[in-house]
Design a binder for this molecule. Structure first.
Ligand code: GLY
Length: 368
């Protein structure tokens, strides 16, 4: 006998991304107005963001009359682990959290990736919102619903697609970011310019120092353009069946070098080196001119980012690590390439990544 379980789903994961300055009051009024449909909130933050913004948001939620607790993880990429997810989950269980709650992630990409994953599996799924406090989270991590943890063997391979109920991008919080973190976020911003927004790239060529100096107009401009590039891709291919792979530009070498450096390099610093690697290989294939490739390298440098591989990196280990990339198919490396400035190469219907040989990329890495 066969039972045919009809489970066709129509899902509406529409949500707002609000960009502004000091959005804490807005968050509280949204929660009061039933944004998540819950009245109990697990605020997840890290040890750096907690005294700056996490505790304040926790206090405001308490003052609004809701039940809430603060869950603080150690800052840094090394916290994006299964063990830390377990720590947050167990702490929530101990405090009596069940399905009657929502998760509020307050922080950068590590916090939003981890908390979004916790929310997606806690009680088989509870709502969550992201309150992004870094340029990196604003440019990339907090938008698009990718949540994950890293493992010793690969980054971001254990996770789920889980869209938040809302994303708050509070530009005022960037004032407390060290410059290296602004630079790190700028790597994802340059990436967006390279792959889909020539105007953003040219704006950065004219104004990148203004972003480093926290100029309000410049920060607003890049926030809006980052979001537009990202959500336009995500809306077309949420589950990365093709187009969304373009957001991986620079990440094949980038993710590998980040791991091989044992996270001495910030995510954006590693992506910057990866951007240079794809542009240099792309130049060999004729996908980008030498002049445009140099523009990319110059802009990344001006953003305070590395464009060469630090000498402490073992290049043979780096090449091996490339195989942990999620775009690998049948054991073959696949790379996304920019097409000039503001576009990407397409290699067939719904295929935006080209198979390349290990020798080709090893040659580029050797020369960096
Ligand atoms: N960070 C790449 C993506 O969201 O697809």
């Amino acid at each position: 006998m066969i039972f045919n379980c009809k489970l066709k789903k129509v899902v509406d994961d529409t949500y707002d991304i609000e960009i502004g300055h000091g959005l804490q009051d807005k968050l509280i009024s949204d929660l009061k107005n039933g944004l998540t449909g819950k009245k109990k909130f697990a605020v997840v933050t890290d040890s750096i963001v907690e005294p700056l913004y996490g505790r304040d948001i926790f206090n405001r939620i308490t003052d609004a009359g809701f039940k809430t607790d603060l869950f603080v993880i150690p800052e840094g990429e090394k916290s994006k682990t299964r063990q830390m997810k377990e720590f947050v989950e167990d702490s929530m269980l101990e405090k009596g959290y069940r399905r009657d709650c929502a998760v509020i992630a307050v922080g950068g990409g590590v916090v939003t990736d981890l908390a979004g994953f916790v929310a997606g599996t806690f009680g088989r799924g509870v709502p969550f919102v992201n309150y992004a406090t870094t340029l990196l989270a604003a440019a990339d991590a907090s938008v698009g619903g990718k949540t994950a943890v890293d493992t010793p063997l690969a980054t971001n391979l254990i996770g789920i697609f889980n869209q938040p109920d809302k994303v708050y991008i509070d530009i005022d919080t960037w004032k407390t970011l060290p410059r290296v973190q602004i630079s790190s976020g700028l790597a994802e911003t340059v990436k967006h310019g390279c792959l889909g927004d020539r105007a953003l790239f040219e704006y950065l060529e004219a104004n990148v120092e203004k972003v480093l100096e926290n100029d309000v107009d410049a920060c607003e401009f890049i926030s809006e353009h980052n979001c537009a590039v990202k959500y336009n891709v995500v809306m077309k291919d949420e589950r990365e069946s093709g187009l969304r792979e373009i957001l991986n530009l620079g990440h094949t070498v980038g993710r590998a070098i980040e791991t091989v450096s044992d996270y001495r390099l910030y995510h954006g610093e590693a992506v910057s080196i990866g951007m240079v690697a794809q542009a240099r290989l792309g130049e060999k294939y004729g996908y980008i001119s030498e002049a445009d490739r140099l523009r990319v390298e110059t802009l990344l440098s001006r953003a305070g980012l590395p464009v060469t591989i630090p000498e402490y990196i073992d290049k043979a280990a780096l090449v091996k690590k490339l195989y942990t990339d999620k775009k690998v198919r049948d054991g073959k490396l696949r790379f996304v390439f920019q097409k000039g400035i503001g576009d990407v190469m397409q290699f067939g219907e719904n295929n935006f990544a080209k198979e390349i040989t290990e020798n080709e990329i090893a040659g580029i890495i050797a020369g960096m």
